[in-house]
Design a protein around this ligand. Sequence first.
Ligand code: TAP
Length: 484
Amino acid sequence: MAETKSFEYAPAPESRAIVDLRSTYGLFIGGEFVEGTGKSFKTISPATEEVLAEVSEASEADVDRAVAAARRAHTRTWSKMSGAERGKYLFRIARIMAERSRELAVLESLDNGKPIKESRDVDVPTAAAHFFYYAGWADKLDHAGLGPSPQPLGVAGQVIPWNFPLLMLAWKIAPALACGNTVVLKPAETTPLTALLFAEICQQADLPPGVVNIITGAGGTGQALVEHPDVDKVAFTGSTGVGKAIARAVAGSRKKVTLELGGKAANIVFDDAPVDQAVEGIVNGIFFNQGHVCCAGSRLLVQENVSDEVIERLKRRLSTLRVGDPLDKNTDVGAINSAAQLARITELSKAGEDEGATRWSPPCELPSSGFWFAPTVFTGVSNTHRIAREEIFGPVLSVLTFRTPDEAIAKANNTPYGLSAGVWSEKGSRILWAADRLRAGVVWANTFNRFDPTSPFGGYKESGYGREGGRHGLEAYLKTGDAR
Ligand code: TAP
C-alpha cells in the first residue's frame, strides 16, 4: 500500500488589531455607557486566561435604572413609531453589523474561545441575518397571522448564555424591537464583550436612547432582571435548572415567558445513509463550537449493521481535526469557555468511564494554558448511562446502536429533553416517518446544526417552551387574541 503523507499546517492567525479593547466597560443604559453602582469582574480569554477587560456587575439599582430607561423609551418613542420607521433602524443595525463583522468575529473568538472560522462564517453573519429578517417584519405585523394590529408587550428582560453570545443576542433583540418592544439584555458573565460592542453599534445607528439597554453581571443580575416588577416579557436561554427557577419566579405574574433550555439530541444514522456525508454531519453535530450547543447531536444512534464502519470512519475523520488557537483560521475545535465548564465535562466523561463505556480521543496536543478538552467519543453506551442522559455541553459524543427503526425512535425519545434531532437516510419516506415520531422541536434531515432566521426554533419537554425565529418568533413579543 502506498504510504500516506500528512502535511503540517502553517499557523494562519487572524489579527486582533481590529478590536479596540477598552480596559474597563460600564453599563449601557439610556443610550450611554454609565458606571455601575455595584462591583466589577474580569472577563478573560479562555484560550490563554489573559484578562481582556474589567466589566461592571449591575446591581439591583442598576437593573432598576435600565428597566426605567427601557420603559421611558417604550412609552415616549418606540411604541409610537411606525413599523416602517422601526424597520429602518433594524436594517441600519444589520448593515453596521455586516460592516463590522470582522471586528465582531475576532472579539467573539477572543472572549468565547470559539474558532474564528465559526464566528466569522456562522455566528456573525447569522446574527446580522436575524436583524435583516426581522427588519422586514416590522411594518408587516398585521399580516403575520396574529390578528389585526397586534400590539407590543412593553419592556422585555432578556438573559442569554455564553455559547453563542452575539447570535443569542440577535435572536432576542431583533424580534423584540421589530414588534415595538424595548429591551434590557444581560449577556453571560464569561462573554459580555460582543454585547457591549453591539451597544456601540446601537449608538452608531442612532437608535433612540433606552430602546436597547445592556447590563452585564452574573446570575444575581439576571435574577433581578427577570423578577423586576416593571418587566412585561421574560426571554431566557440557558440551562434547564435556571429556566425552571425563572418559571417559578414569574409564575402568577402577568409576565409572558419564553424559555430555550438544554438538550440531548439524537443523531440517527440508518444503514442506507451515505456514510461519508453522515460522518461529516456527526462531526458538525457534536464538535462544532466545542459541543457548546444546546441542540448538539450529542447522542449518535447508529444502526448496528453499519456501526463498525461508521465508527471507524468517524475516528479517522476526528484524527484530522485541529484543536488549538481560536484565532487561527485553520482551527476546527477551540477552547472550552470556562474552567467551570471544563470541570463539568471532565466529571461527566469520568462518569462515562466509571459506568463502563469505552472512551476514545484522537492523539492531539493541547495548549498548556487555557481550558481545553480533546474531542472524545464513547462507544458501548446504554441509555441508562449518565453520558446518555445528561447534557455534557462539550466535545463528547455518546454512541448507541439500534436494530430497527422503531428502536431508534424509542431510544431517541427516551430523554427528558426535546430540542432537536437528526436523521440520516437515503429514503425520503423513512425521513418523514422518523420526523413524525421524534419529539423534538427541530429535525434535520441529512444535515445538522443549520440555522436560518426564517425557521422557528424551540423545544419540547424540559428543553423549554416558546419559539424563536421565523414568523413564530414574533408571537412571543406581541399581545395577541385575549391578551390584548
Ligand atoms: P445558565 O447557567 O442557565 O446561564 C444562562 C444565563 O442565565 C446567563 O446569563 C446566567 O448568568 C444567567 N443566570 C444564571 N442564574 C440565573 C438566575 N437565577 N436568574 C436569571 N438568570 C440567571 O446556562 P449557561 O451555562 O450559561 O448555558 C448553557 C445552557 O444553555 C445549556 O444547558 C444549553 O443547552 C442552554 N442553551 C440553550 C439554547 C436554546 S436555544 N435552547 C441555546 C444556547 C444554550 P451567568 O452567566 O452570569 O451565570
